[in-house]
Design a protein around this ligand. Structure first.
Ligand code: MN3
Length: 197
């Protein structure tokens, strides 16, 4: 079995002006494709090649001798999840989900503000997530390739806060990128689907 780069679920220019075709050309076509190519290179002719992506991430997490495999596997999973978190059209938050967000954060706008703050608080490269766990909804950040998949939390939504995700369109303005993401680009229908699975 080998790992494959998924197609974007929309045209590369579909999120303009918020996220440009140039960004997708690099982010999906070079960065994500690079992680997949390295993952296939590192797992070829090893028992890892027999595992699902999720099982591979669990099997290599926290293991010094498998750090490179973990990094590329988790980056493949995180990026695949990120593309599925984006929508070309602005979506309203569906009611059942809005009720859960209100319970956890006060209201949907407060959730949005907290999500942006969390993304700003992450030093260096990483990811900001909405997750569902034993305590209900929470916002978490992960560094580099780390993913909530290994902590037993259900991922609902992610924003990539590596500089490669926003530098072409926003240069160093991470806060502007995060605000545009959370206000204009979230695929709330996909978030809802993840919650009900
Ligand atoms: Mn990225």
């Amino acid at each position: 079995m080998s790992f494959a780069l998924p197609d974007l679920p929309f045209a590369a220019n579909a999120l303009e002006p918020h996220m440009s075709a140039k960004t997708f050309e690099l982010h999906h076509g070079k960065h994500h494709a690079g992680y997949v190519a390295k993952l296939n290179e590192f797992t070829a002719n090893t028992p890892y090649a027999q595992l699902s992506l999720e099982a591979l991430i669990e099997a290599t997490h926290g293991r010094a001798d498998a750090q490179a495999v973990f990094n590329n596997a988790a980056q493949h999973w995180n990026h695949s999840f990120f593309w599925q978190s984006l929508s070309p059209t602005v979506q309203d938050v569906p009611e059942p989900l809005a009720i859960r967000l209100e319970a956890a954060f006060g209201d949907v706008d407060a959730f949005r503000a907290r999500f942006v703050e969390a993304g700003m608080s992450q030093f260096g490269s990483g990811w900001v997530w909405l997750v569902d766990g034993q305590e209900g909804f929470s916002i978490v950040t992960t560094s580099n390739a780390e993913t909530p998949l290994t902590s037993g939390q259900r991922s609902l939504l992610v924003c990539d806060i590596w500089e490669h995700a926003y530098y072409v369109d926003y240069q160093n303005r991470r806060a502007d990128y995060l605000r545009v993401f959370i206000e204009h680009l979230v695929d709330w229908e996909n978030v809802s689907r993840r919650l009900s699975v």
